[in-house]
Design a protein around this ligand. Structure first.
Ligand SMILES: Cc1cc2nc3c(=O)[nH]c(=O)nc-3n(C[C@H](O)[C@H](O)[C@H](O)COP(=O)(O)OP(=O)(O)OC[C@H]3O[C@@H](n4cnc5c(N)ncnc54)[C@H](O)[C@@H]3O)c2cc1C
Length: 359
């Protein structure tokens, strides 16, 4: 039987999926994050949920190679968050009759994990969405594809990759996993409230990392509406202030168990913040990724896709010194308690006021 350590539970859903008695259900809390709830009438105390929970995983030392890298295809790079490296791996997998699983916006612009089987649909996965993605049945689908012998590329936050690995019954040669250096995941409820209260018109598209108004480092949140109008803002946008001010992240993000050097994933992707201090020639302001290669499988794939990227090997320690999210959780913003109370009460009117958010 699982005890819910809300401070650490990332909502990866392994316990729910693995329970042989279906005694665990994920329920949304007042801040809009999903947590496992145990039905003690069904629970037989077998302990498998606790055994599989990835927060108990030990870190295993790995050989890691670090690169500053970007996609040679400039159009893809400009549509991606950093250097567009995700698309290179995804294309490789699709060209080998594989499937790609990652985070997309649904019809209501909420974030969920989906399966993509062709290059056109890759666009749905491309670019970061700053909301916790609902993993839905993507672990089950991954297992089905793997058992059919298809190549699977699963991309997600470090907690989602650890969840997937814990869910799968064995190691698969045909599975490629990629996590990110993750700041933390914002509340889906805050996002829903923001959409309703700040963008209450027909939305055509949303891009969290738009580069057209500034550089890669000075990205903007862009909305396009059906009436042709646009909204392009960054630091003055309410949702970005809440996200970057560390006011609406999941509780576990403030003491994340998966921020560590040795990842279970094959690849780790991130923005190469601080690249100018290491190699200015790798920054033309269109986006540079930090690419960490964490396994031999990943090393083999890099050989195969090298022709599609510009890359330079860098010292791992140097590379992460400007991206402490790799190993360190952020602290709660000063107004965390106040914002949380408003979120719990669904008081979005008050929540999205300048004076509520500003220090
Ligand atoms: C919530 C969040 C926080 C991040 N925090 C940092 C950070 O602190 N420092 C840093 O250097 N980089 C961070 N990143 C990673 C960075 O923004 C890029 O995703 C990464 O550099 C890969 O970029 P790319 O250009 O190669 O590919 P892109 O095309 O930009 O990446 C797309 C991939 O990201 C995945 N993805 C998008 N949104 C989500 C989501 N909500 N949940 C899970 N997976 C998602 C998609 O599945 C897709 O596979 C964060 C990303 C997210 C989603």
């Amino acid at each position: 039987m699982i005890e819910i350590y809300k401070d650490f539970c990332s909502g990866c859903r392994v316990c729910e999926k693995i329970c042989p008695k279906n005694a665990i259900e994920m329920k949304e809390d007042e801040r809009g994050f999903f947590y496992p709830i145990v039905n003690y009438d069904k629970c037989v105390k077998c302990g498998i949920c606790r055994k599989k929970c990835p927060i108990n995983n030990e870190e295993i030392e790995k050989e890691i190679t670090a690169y500053a890298a970007y996609n040679k295809d400039e159009e893809i790079r400009l549509k991606s968050s950093s250097g567009g490296i995700f698309t290179i791996f995804a294309n490789y997998v699709l060209e080998n009759n594989g499937v790609v699983i990652g985070a997309a916006l649904d019809d209501e612009f909420l974030v969920e994990h989906i399966v993509v089987e062709n290059k056109k649909d890759l666009e749905k996965l491309r670019s970061s969405k700053y909301v916790q993605s609902n993993i839905k049945d993507s672990y089950e689908k991954t297992k089905e594809f793997l058992e059919e012998g298809r190549l699977v590329y699963f991309s997600g936050t470090p907690c989602q990759i650890e969840g997937l690995k814990a869910y799968l019954p064995k190691e698969y040669k045909n599975l490629i996993t990629q996590d990110i250096i993750c700041h933390g995941v914002p509340s889906p409820k805050a996002w829903k409230g923001y959409l309703k209260h700040k963008h209450n018109q027909n939305i055509k598209s949303i891009h969290f990392r738009n580069k057209e108004k500034g550089s890669w480092g000075d990205y903007h949140l862009k909305f396009e509406y059906e009436n042709g109008k646009k909204y392009i803002h960054h630091k003055d946008d309410f949702f970005m202030k809440l996200f970057l001010g560390d006011l609406i992240l999941r509780e576990s993000c403030y003491q994340c168990k998966f921020k560590k050097v040795n990842r279970v994933s094959d690849f780790t992707l991130a923005d190469f913040w601080g690249i100018n201090n290491i190699d200015k020639s790798m920054n033309d302001e269109k986006g540079t990724s930090l690419l960490l290669v964490n396994s031999n499988k990943a090393r083999d794939i890099i050989e195969e896709v090298s022709e599609f990227m510009i890359k330079k090997e860098v010292e791992f320690k140097e590379a992460i010194q400007f991206n402490l999210s790799m190993i360190k959780s952020v602290k709660k913003g000063k107004k965390f308690e106040k914002i949380s109370k408003l979120l719990e009460k669904d008081d979005f009117e008050e929540l999205f006021k300048e004076e509520t958010i500003c220090e």
